[in-house]
Structure formats: C-alpha cells, structure tokens
Write a protein that binds this ligand. Sequence first.
Ligand SMILES: Cc1cc2nc3c(=O)[nH]c(=O)nc-3n(C[C@H](O)[C@H](O)[C@H](O)COP(=O)(O)OP(=O)(O)OC[C@H]3O[C@@H](n4cnc5c(N)ncnc54)[C@H](O)[C@@H]3O)c2cc1C
Length: 188
Amino acid sequence: MPVTDDHSSDVVQASTAPFQLARQDLLCFFIREAGIDQYPAVVRLQRVIGSMRTYNQLVDYARETQRDGKPLLARSSVRLPLADLKIDFEVGRNLAYRVAWMQGAGLVPNYEASVAKMFGSELVQRLANVGVGILGLGGQLAPGSPWAPLEGSIETLYLSSAALTIAAGTSEVQRNIIASRGLGLPRD
Ligand SMILES: Cc1cc2nc3c(=O)[nH]c(=O)nc-3n(C[C@H](O)[C@H](O)[C@H](O)COP(=O)(O)OP(=O)(O)OC[C@H]3O[C@@H](n4cnc5c(N)ncnc54)[C@H](O)[C@@H]3O)c2cc1C
C-alpha cells in the first residue's frame, strides 16, 4: 500500500481504496491486524507520527522566537539538533512503514518490528531532550501554565517518554531480538 510523502497532511492515501484514511484510523487497522511481534512497532508508529507534530511545533517555535534580535533557529546549538531530528524522523517513518508494508504483503515482520519499536522509542526521547533544551526553563512548565511554551507539550512528552524504552519491550530486549533473529548472533 503506497503512502503519500505529504508531511503537511494528516491523511494517507490508499491507492487500493477510493477514499482517504485518517492516519489514526489506518494505525488502528494495523494494530487490530497485528500479531504480538508487530504490536510494539505499530504502537511506536503511532508515537512517531504523533511526535512529528510536536517536532514541527518546535521548529516553528525556534523560527518565531527571537533572542538578542535573532530567531532561535539562527543558533547552531538549536539548528543542528533539529536537523538531526529531521533525519531521524524520516528514518523512523520508513522503518515503521516497512513493518506496515510487510503486514500488507502477507509477510511476518519480526526483527524489523523490534528495529522500528526501538528506534521510535528512543527517537521520541531524543525529541523530548532537544525540546527541553531549546525551550529552556519554560520547557519544564506543565500544560495549564499560562507561561508554558507550546502549551506544555514538551514537559508532558519529556515525562511520558521515559517509559517508552520500557513499555512493550525494553530497548535492551529489542536489541537482543535484533542481534539474534536479525543478525543470527548467538544468545550467549
Ligand atoms: C508505561 C508502561 C505501560 C505498560 N503497559 C503494559 C501493558 O499494557 N500490558 C502489559 O502486558 N505490560 C505493560 N507494561 C509492562 C512492560 O511490558 C514491561 O515493564 C517491560 O516488558 C519490561 O519488563 P519488566 O518490567 O518485567 O522488566 P524486566 O524484564 O525485569 O527487565 C528489567 C531490566 O533488565 C533488562 N533485561 C531483562 N532481560 C534482559 C535480557 N535478556 N538482556 C538484557 N537486558 C535484559 C531490561 O532491559 C530492564 O532494563 C507496561 C510498562 C510500562 C512502563
């Protein structure tokens, strides 16, 4: 099932169906269809796509917020981590879509699901870290605070993302799966 590369849109187009599916609907479909191996990956796909919105908001914030007469984005300490994250999001999307594509093709993703899950979990944590760094002290303000930049979304992401590398299989266990099932390395 080809997926459009339209980052600004919140929909994907399925060439096999004469309609557009909201991304969340499509993800729910894959979650229902997924076996236990793929479940963590589809959950992480949901996370990666949801976090892309936060990432885009962060870029807008850095573009629009002035410090010393210049936008934050003019600083290399802001620009470079955001550029790295952009690369990571492209990689994360494609890793997750590979799992979905394999399911659609009747294949059984195995270590591929672990790759997508682990990368997506750690990507969201990197985003939260970069976000708190860019927003500074304001990044620690929770939703509801009138002074919280981006309505406190970075604070929430920072706190909630800690669990991502534990829930649905820890990153250590995912790495073990990739090593043994993906690379064929011995367990001991
Ligand atoms: C927010 C959250 C939501 C959750 N939701 C659900 C849910 O909906 N349903 C559900 O069933 N469970 C859920 N869990 C449980 C989750 O799946 C487990 O916490 C997770 O799989 C880790 O298992 P554990 O806690 O038993 O840790 P352990 O397996 O005891 O691991 C402890 C530590 O040892 C490491 N470790 C363990 N084995 C190895 C190994 N072989 N090699 C290297 N390192 C290893 C781990 O990486 C970890 O750092 C949730 C957990 C969290 C945090």
